[in-house]
Design a protein around this ligand. Structure first.
Ligand code: AMP
Ligand code: MN
Ligand code: MN
Ligand code: MN
Length: 286
């Protein structure tokens, strides 16, 4: 048992969603763990996009600091033409089904990056791919977040958020539609790896409440058990709203900063609002 796990429950602090240089975060896995620990986090899930390669380094750092590390990942999926993120927590990183599934997603990302770069070249960003690659820590995992940082460098916009609105979202010049795996596939991998599936930041999808309700139903039918309620991507109103939704659908609630880099969002590791009263935490039976 780790130090963190043996603390009285009241002193636990959970952050179950964050990124390192193994995907589109800016800090190496060991630095993410150290920063979380410095911020008082006792249980941390590293949930890099579509891969598990940051976990060994994070585990070693967590062992040294007495942080309880939850092996995780954030899987990009497609549902009803929306791109949705599913966090898998407490997965077995050696499970062949999830390893093969995530390998497949990363292969698709390489060609997508070339296509995004070609589109951005057309609107004047010469050399965008080379510039983007200076931000990439894992060549198998080029994300729009890396393009966004490079575009800010090249003077496209002042902030990463604006770059998304102007260049990287559907209908904008640098957006390239991509066939992500289905919700059913992702949940199958998470289940095979013994993990719990969580719908990441439900407030971020541009879906009507009706559509979101359909997503929740489909997710539940496939064995999904939790939604992120307290997310660094949610406003306080959304935290309250998704707390009520979690209770309505009998989902457990998860909590995570979605940290990528110091200063890139308002919420740092371990930051943000707690789960609202009455929501069963996803870590209830851990
Ligand atoms: P990708 O997985 O390559 O499609 O890139 C998605 C990533 O871009 C997300 O994981 C976030 O890190 C980032 N992202 C997406 N939308 C936004 C946004 N509106 N503002 C800032 N970052 C965003
Ligand atoms: Mn990201
Ligand atoms: Mn996400
Ligand atoms: Mn994330």
């Amino acid at each position: 048992m780790t130090f963190a796990a043996s603390r009285p429950p009241g002193l636990q602090k959970y952050d179950l969603h964050c990124h390192s240089t193994a995907s589109d975060g800016m800090l190496p896995p060991a630095d993410v763990v150290a920063r979380a620990h410095a911020n008082g986090v006792t249980t941390l899930a590293l949930t890099d996009h579509d891969g598990l390669s940051g976990l060994p380094e994070a585990q070693a750092a967590a062992d040294a600091l007495g942080v309880s590390l939850v092996p995780g990942t954030e899987i990009s999926v497609e549902w009803n033409d929306y791109s949705v993120h599913i966090v898998g927590l407490r997965i077995d990183p050696k499970n062949p089904a999830i390893v093969a599934g995530l390998d497949g997603i990363r292969i698709g990302r390489a060609t997508r990056a070339e296509r995004i770069a070609a589109e951005l070249e057309k609107v004047g960003f010469k050399g965008i791919l080379a510039r983007t690659m200076t931000y990439v820590g894992n060549p198998e995992l080029v994300s729009r977040a890396h393009f966004a940082r490079a575009l800010v460098d090249m003077g496209a916009c002042r902030e990463v958020k604006q770059v998304f609105d102007r260049y990287l979202t559907p209908g904008k010049p640098g957006f390239v539609a991509h066939p992500w795996p289905s919700l059913a596939e992702a949940l199958g991998w998470i289940r095979a790896a013994g993990g719990v599936a969580v719908i990441a930041h439900p407030g971020r999808y541009r879906m009507s409440n009706r559509e979101l309700g359909k997503l929740f139903e489909a997710f539940r039918e496939l064995g999904g058990e939790a939604i992120e309620v307290a997310s660094g991507s949610h406003t306080p109103e959304q935290v309250a709203h998704f707390g009520r939704q979690a209770r309505h659908y009998a989902f457990m609630g998860s909590q995570g900063s979605d940290f990528h880099a110091p200063g890139e969002s308002y919420v740092d590791l371990g930051g943000g609002l707690p789960l609202p009263e009455g929501v069963v935490p996803v870590w209830n039976n851990w």
